[in-house]
Design a protein around this ligand. Structure first.
Ligand code: ASP
Length: 304
């Protein structure tokens, strides 16, 4: 199997002056993940490596640069999934961690559980020596100012944030990666700071298996982004896999899922897909979605 990888850096109305930083961030991530695959590393290693690049990049709403919740704090969600045995690890509402995706992987590999949240996740991180960081080191001036602006307003709704027809706050995107390695293992990883001004303790789709992330080496890997609550209601990542199992191709399955998201629950977002034969695709109903991929023959593609 020829290794392939696709990553995304969020789906929203990305203004032109931010296209460059998004495409640069996605390209750096996909190249890092692909270099792992070329050295014979597994798809799990590749998606973790790719997501870590974007968690360190303040362009994106993950790790450094995450949105602040209603209390002015960073709380992050992440999942990683190994499509060979469907094992996954997830963390939710976790604080003080630069790389939630690596902590999620440790949950998968070193505990009997699939998901740890909040303080328990942080205690687990400390117990296994994962470095923790002060809150300020994940905070950017940009997000502090956004938070202050939201607080000055009378009301703020998530819908208004993702709805392309309404006034927006120049949001940032969640990040995700899907890879297939030379042995045909598919892995998917998704990491986010969530939505701006979310209630403390709110958990979105990104850490929930089948919603923001899914991988099955017999079918495909999927990472989703966008307004989390509708993505959760439609269990969108698993829906894409169901459609593939029913005989659709990657483009049809992605488009069907996004159509359903919009028609059934008026949601907004996007998905990246990589199937067991190395076919890649993406679908979104937001004006833009930042994506980069490296397919067969090391062909690179980018989309915004
Ligand atoms: N889906 C994420 C959430 O709702 C946000 C995003 O993808 O931009 O937490």
């Amino acid at each position: 199997m020829e290794p392939c990888i696709i990553v995304h850096g969020g789906a929203w109305d990305i203004p032109e002056d931010l296209w460059d930083s998004h495409l640069r961030g996605c390209s750096a991530a996909v190249e890092e993940g692909h270099s792992f695959l070329q050295r014979g590393a597994s798809a799990v290693d590749a998606v973790e490596a790719a997501v870590k690049v974007m968690e360190e990049d303040p362009t994106f709403d993950a790790g450094l640069g995450s949105f602040l919740n209603a209390d002015g704090e960073v709380e992050m969600d992440a999942t990683i999934m190994d499509g060979d045995d469907l094992s996954f690890g997830a963390v939710a509402a976790v604080q003080h961690i630069l790389h939630p995706i690596s902590l999620a992987r440790q949950v998968m590999e070193r505990t009997q559980h699939c998901m740890l949240v909040g303080d328990g996740a942080l205690r687990f991180a400390r117990s296994i020596g994962v470095p923790t960081v002060p809150h300020e080191s994940l905070l950017t001036q940009r997000e502090f100012e956004r938070w202050q602006e939201i607080k000055r307003r009378q009301s703020f709704e998530d819908r208004e944030f993702f709805d392309p027809t309404r006034d927006r706050y120049s949001p940032r995107g969640t990040v995700g990666a899907v890879a297939i390695d030379s042995k045909g293992k598919i892995a998917a990883a998704t990491s986010t700071g969530g939505t701006p001004n979310k209630m403390a303790g709110r958990v979105g789709d990104s850490s929930l298996v089948g919603c923001g992330n899914y991988a099955d080496s017999k079918c495909a890997g999927v990472s989703a982004t966008g307004w989390g609550e509708p993505l959760m209601k439609t269990v969108i990542a698993r829906r894409v896999c169901h459609s593939l199992e029913d005989g659709m191709n990657v483009k049809q399955a992605g488009d069907e899922a996004i159509r359903y998201l919009e028609d059934r629950v008026k949601g907004y977002g996007g998905v990246i897909i990589l199937d067991k034969d190395g076919n890649m695709s993406y679908s979104h109903n937001t004006p833009k979605m930042a994506i980069a991929g490296i397919g067969a023959g090391a062909t690179i593609f980018k989309h915004i």
